[in-house]
Design a protein around this ligand. Sequence first.
Ligand code: SF4
Length: 272
Amino acid sequence: MPELATLSQSSLQDYHDCPRRFELRYLQRLAYPAIETEPALENEKHQKEGEYFHRLVQQHLIGIPAEQVGKLANTENLQRWWGHYLDAKDLAGLRGLKGLYPEFTLSAPLGDFRLVAKYDLIAVDQDKVTIYDWKTYRKRPKTDWLAIRWQTRVYRALLVQAGAHFNNGKAFAPEQVEMIYWFADFPTEPARFPYKADQYKRDMDALMKLAGEIRNASSFPLTDDVSKCNYCPYRSYCNRGVRAGDAADAELETGAEDLFDINFEQIGEIAF
Ligand code: SF4
């Protein structure tokens, strides 16, 4: 097996959905050979706008005035999302909060790997810590679907594992942690996931098991669930069809939006 040092929520989700996709993306590091979704250009534009939105929010959270940041919301989507962000009652509590850590990366050992996650925002308010994740999905995913995503499990567990420096050197108890997905196009329908000790134990056990399985894997079979292939960029490697899937479904199924994390550092700085 080629050297793989880190695991993330994206790679774990890929392994869970299709071991072959994990192999192609993270071990063979293949660029996308197929158009992931149709219409390709529109989808690419939406992804880039999503990346920009993340950057605008980050700039605002580090203290750049909203009027200044808002000038950079120069597309219809960005203007709408930015307006929703400024008006969101669920985000009003963040204003003036001292313990805001946008675009923060945490990592901790996981078996032979390091588990890494880049958080859109970690917000510490006295004895409570909230993870915010901005989503620019065109469809509001079902809360049950989000609950079982590896992102929801990894982000909360890793914050308990590696977030002690936000809490005067003491690890947060799972009950102090909550994760909120805030949807830029559905601003009044955030998805909230509090955490409990038994969920934390379940998540850590599952993560350790998965890390061991990946370390010892000798083959990476194609998924039996061919519906996963509709949105997969590696279809041509697997003879699983050539027609690309619908973009709005794809961003949920492939975690396309979450791939920002991998490329985020390469995005040019926005000049202010
Ligand atoms: S096309 Fe299907 S089988 Fe092939 S990597 Fe993608 S999800 Fe897996």
